[in-house]
Write a protein that binds this ligand. Structure first.
Ligand code: SAM
Length: 322
């Protein structure tokens, strides 16, 4: 229960057209101020002021990340509840809302295009580039340990890139599918699997946001160094979760929070690492729970080292017979 004065503050914050538009946009996942400014077509100071009012009233949360800040709907409380109630009552036919959603899609498509151009350019040198970020040996040993002696029916590797995870785990699945949006990456992965005589894995062009489930749902999904390319990793995790069998597991490998802004400007990263608390919240929202977390600090020989994390997520649904 909240005091009347607090509730009035929440209502005042929500009761303005631009702020309502912002809430409706954030219903689609976390967004950066930069993108929200572009979508609304208003000045950045103006958008930031609206966002601050919404955050102060508890309707949204703010997450500062290097030079950028991300906003999302508050998880709960009077503010979070009111935000969801309002969004649920906003007509999908509202012309301004429609325009905002079209601009949001255009902004997202442009980002996907930039990332795709980057991966097309680096595809051939990716195996070298990935090992420059961090020493992979310890991480790969931990991935193998997390899978243990299991041999799963179907492994799905989302954002497979050059197919390294399919190669590493080849002895632990009966069938595997690697999915990636980059034709260039897929071509290299296909050649790599052929030269390693790994015939029980296939690679396909596909998008995590729009997965084709016709090959069945996976016992194990791996998402290795992919989520930081999205503004809203939680949304992508929920999309990926649809491809998981009841009782299945996900292994997520990504960077811990860092301050290396050049990875954003030069290497298509969107998020400067993922925090444990964020991962726990995203997992919860996707009906998963964090069963284990391992961290790998940077190799001391790498000047600007990054910590890599391995999260093991398990199905949190009580009834796993769905
Ligand atoms: C950093 S690479 C990681 C590749 C591989 N998992 C590894 O660790 O070597 C990220 C990969 O994600 C792919 N990717 C980006 N967005 C994607 C999406 N929406 N759906 C599927 N793959 C995507 C990129 O094309 C790229 O190959």
């Amino acid at each position: 229960m909240s005091a009347a004065a607090d509730l009035v503050e929440v209502l005042r914050a929500a009761g303005e057209i631009t702020r309502l538009r912002l809430l409706a946009l954030l219903a689609d996942g976390e967004q950066s101020v930069k993108d929200l400014t572009e979508i609304l077509g208003q000045s950045q100071p103006r958008v930031s002021r609206h966002l601050k009012l919404l955050a102060d009233a508890g309707l949204i949360h703010r997450n500062a990340e290097g030079a950028w800040a991300y906003y999302g709907l508050a998880a709960g409380g009077a503010g979070g509840d009111l935000a969801r109630w309002l969004i649920g009552r906003l007509s999908v036919d509202d012309p301004e809302h429609q325009r905002d959603l079209e601009r949001l899609k255009a902004v997202r498509d442009a980002q996907v295009g930039q990332a795709a151009a980057y991966f097309a350019k680096v595809a051939e040198s990716w195996d070298l580039l990935r090992s420059l970020h961090v020493s992979e040996d310890a991480v790969e040993a931990a991935i193998l340990a997390a899978v243990g002696t299991r041999k799963v029916d179907l492994l799905v590797d989302l954002g497979t890139g050059t197919g390294r995870m399919l190669e590493l785990l080849a002895g632990h699945y009966k069938r595997a599918i690697g999915i990636d949006t980059s034709r260039e990456m897929i071509a290299i992965a296909r050649a790599k699997l052929a030269s390693a005589a790994i015939g029980h894995a296939q690679v396909r062009l596909g998008d995590i946001a729009d997965l084709d489930l016709s090959a069945g749902r996976a016992d194990l999904i791996i998402i290795h160094q992919v989520l930081h390319y999205f503004d809203d990793p939680g949304r992508m995790l929920s999309m990926a979760r649809r491809a998981l069998k009841p009782g299945g597991e996900m292994l997520i490998v990504d960077f811990a929070p860092h301050g290396l802004e050049f990875l954003r400007t030069h290497h298509a990263h969107r998020r400067l690492g993922l925090a444990d608390t964020q991962m726990a919240g995203w997992a919860r929202a996707a009906d998963l729970s964090v069963a284990d977390l391992k961290s790998f600090p940077p190799d001391s020989s790498i000047a600007e080292g990054l910590t890599v994390c391995l999260w093991r997520l398990v199905d949190a649904r009580k009834d796993q017979t769905q």
